[in-house]
Design a protein around this ligand. Structure first.
Ligand code: WT7
Length: 650
């Protein structure tokens, strides 16, 4: 993106400029974002740039404007970038052919599939659940939803039938798009069968569109289930008859929902985070272009799964709105061997590589052997996301992958923030190992103590330490949690008055750089996947023999955090090994295998206050091995249980 506006360049060019732009963006947010927004294609301009209060909360950006995000991702690039690859797809099996979609080809597929959706009765505002593997059709399905104004709700392929059922019901999704199966490493995962199980009792889903990827046999329910390929043929014929390959993009209000994405919180039920059309588009594009300093011919490879927000924002919407080439990978980093990412980088001459610290740590574990004969000289910029990166992993990444020539951007953000909030800008603003550093323009951060008072006392290293809050709205922020606005208010806007609370703790150094220290609530971060402790407990408690359980995180060398479950078991004949296996199976079934506990300790009772609240603080310390220094336990109902738990620690 090269469009420049006199006052604020769309792409910041120097640290000096960052400082000026940042200050202006905070002083005059409406003027600033109005200028940024001129870099997009609108069907109708806005009447008012911003209206907000964090009390309700109510946040509206570009009020009165009309647009369609797919015209910004596709149509507007056709003239100049029509033949440029939009999506390059690398299959799970390196011997299978790659697939490339130029902007023109992607546009045509999206138009056709939008027609398919319309033919099947999908209308603007309908919720469409998408449960597919990492194939180009996933991107096509998402964009086709956006084109007709249907709200997509993508569910990560690792979720179980039960989790899908909860999400489909919560969003009242009436359509599902899925695949027969998905290839991931050496495994074939049967997606359609999981959908069938999830929808066993569902009466509201009208159509399921199935793309055939793995060619395993699936059951197709007459009248409900249709094949992607057949439907595409019908749409192609319709287009031929009409002598067109164009499907008009629905006119969307700036604040119409674009998608729902479920994420875990500190309560048992996942929340449907809602993002809207205009603000999200502006935010992800602006942050993509600035953080990665994208240059016109570069190939961007984000290794995330599109089932998580990183994939939504930095495989699809951000890169495509910016006219970039985005590489999409179906497989996993360790298959057929631990050199797979590096092979992909060389094969496609990747310039920007964006991955998670857990992936880096896991690949570090294989030593330097998988890097032999890998060139990696195409790389210009590296990035990390999802969890704090430890210095050791940062340096390994810098030395062995970036060869000390590539800036590393450490991007802090959340499903709720839509896009990056704190990060250095590659080669433009300074980096500091394991520090996310400075806020994006428009992001006003505040560190507060438990009472919501701004922290002002520095610790012995000259750092401020507190809970990370955001003072004012940014375009990409969540607007609500689907179907339950009060929940959104309670979760994010009620802990501290007039502030958005992130749930993270942070440090701030003398330069104003931020370092995220991790969650301060009951949310775990396992291999970059966000998991609520209450969700895992609810699942464990579904095991018939379990009376109650408490789940905490503990430091894990590769995953960042591991899951430690303390379980009170009912009955005298406990076969620990068998029961552990059974509990793991239950968690697999209720949530998905990525949420299974790494350690399960059977205990006779949990440490509780007199009012019955589980003292997680104590359990966390035990799980971390700090059994000597458990703090004050005198307020416990039965202080004696603590010693027993500490003794039985695994
Ligand atoms: C939580 C959000 C952002 C997309 C992927 C995760 C942690 C995220 C960083 C980072 C330290 C990070 C935070 C945050 N987190 N990025 N660069 N440094 N911590 O999205 O599932 O919504 O999780 O991930 O704890 O709150 P998510």
């Amino acid at each position: 993106m090269t469009t420049k506006v006199a006052a604020y360049p769309f792409q910041i060019q120097s640290f000096e400029q960052y400082k000026i732009v940042y200050e202006e963006s905070i002083k005059y947010p409406e003027k600033f974002w109005a200028t940024v927004a001129t870099n997009f294609q609108w069907k109708k301009p806005w009447d008012k740039v911003l209206e907000w209060n964090f009390k309700e909360p109510k946040v509206e950006w570009f009020q009165g404007a009309e647009l369609n995000i797919t015209e910004n991702c596709l149509d507007r690039h056709l003239e100049k970038l029509g033949d440029k690859p939009a999506i390059i797809w690398e299959p799970n099996n390196p011997n299978e052919s790659i697939r490339t979609f130029t902007y023109t080809q992607l546009f045509q597929q999206v138009c056709l599939f939008a027609q398919v959706l319309q033919n099947n009765g999908v209308k603007k505002g309908d919720r469409v659940c998408i449960y597919m593997g990492m194939i180009p059709e996933l991107t096509i399905a998402i964009l086709a939803c956006a084109r007709i104004g249907a709200i997509h709700s993508v569910i990560f392929g690792g979720f179980s039938a039960q989790s899908i059922a909860d999400r489909v019901n919560d969003a009242q999704s009436t359509f599902v798009i899925t695949c027969d199966g998905a290839f991931r490493g050496g495994k074939d995962i049967a997606l359609k069968a999981v959908i069938d199980e999830a929808l066993n009792e569902n009466q509201f889903v009208k159509k399921i569109i199935v793309y055939s990827r793995t060619k395993i046999s699936v059951s197709m329910k007459n009248g409900r289930d249709v094949w992607w390929d057949n439907e595409m043929k019908i749409a192609t014929d319709q287009f031929k008859k009409k002598e067109t390959n164009y499907f008009p993009a629905a006119t969307m209000d700036a604040e119409d929902p674009l998608f729902i994405l479920y994420t875990s919180g500190s309560t048992g039920k996942p929340k449907g985070v809602v993002h809207t059309c205009a603000g999200y588009m502006v935010w992800v594009t602006y942050t993509f272009v600035n953080v990665f300093q994208y240059q016109p011919k570069q190939i961007h490879f984000c290794t995330a799964d599109i089932g998580w927000v990183t994939g939504h924002s930095y495989i699809i919407y951000g890169p495509l709105c910016a006219g970039a080439t985005s590489l999409m990978f179906e497989g996993i980093p360790t298959w057929p061997n631990a050199g797979r990412f590096w092979d992909i980088i060389d094969k496609h001459q990747v310039n920007i590589f964006y991955t998670a610290p857990t992936a880096i740590r896991s690949l570090m574990g294989f030593g330097l052997e998988p890097l032999k004969e890998k060139n990696l000289s195409s790389l210009k910029i590296l990035g990390t996301v999802g969890e704090p990166i430890n210095e050791e992993a940062w340096h390994w990444y810098d030395e062995n992958i970036g060869k000390k020539k590539c800036p590393i951007v450490d991007t802090w953000w959340q499903t709720e923030t839509g896009g990056t909030m704190i990060s250095n800008m590659a080669g433009i603003t300074p980096s500091k190992p394991s520090w996310a550093t400075l806020p994006m323009p428009g992001v006003e951060l505040l560190l507060v103590d438990e009472n919501g008072k701004e922290v002002s006392e520095k610790d012995e290293h000259g750092m401020l330490k507190g809970n990370l809050c955001i003072k004012s709205p940014w375009p990409g922020m969540l607007r609500t949690t689907y179907g339950d606005h009060e929940r959104c208010r309670k979760n994010y806007f009620s802990t501290y008055e007039n502030l958005y609370f992130t749930g993270d703790g942070a440090l701030k150094d003398e330069n104003g750089f931020f370092r995220i220290t991790g969650r301060v609530d009951d949310v775990l971060n396992v291999s970059g996947h966000r998991i609520g402790t209450a969700e895992v407990e609810n699942a464990i408690n579904r095991h018939l023999g379990v009376v109650e359980s408490a789940v905490v995180g503990y430091p894990h060398e590769i995953k960042g955090q591991g899951i430690y479950a303390f379980v009170v078991y009912n009955g005298n004949q406990l076969n620990e090994k068998e029961t552990r296996n059974d509990i793991v199976l239950v968690v697999n079934k209720i949530i998905g295998s990525f949420a299974k506990p790494n350690k399960i300790q059977f205990v006779l009772g949990l440490p509780k206050t007199r009012s019955g609240k589980i003292m997680r603080r104590i359990l966390r310390k035990i799980a971390m091995g700090e059994v000597e220094n458990l703090g004050d336990i005198s307020t416990l109902l039965e202080p004696s249980v603590v010693a027993a738990i500490a003794k039985g620690r695994i």
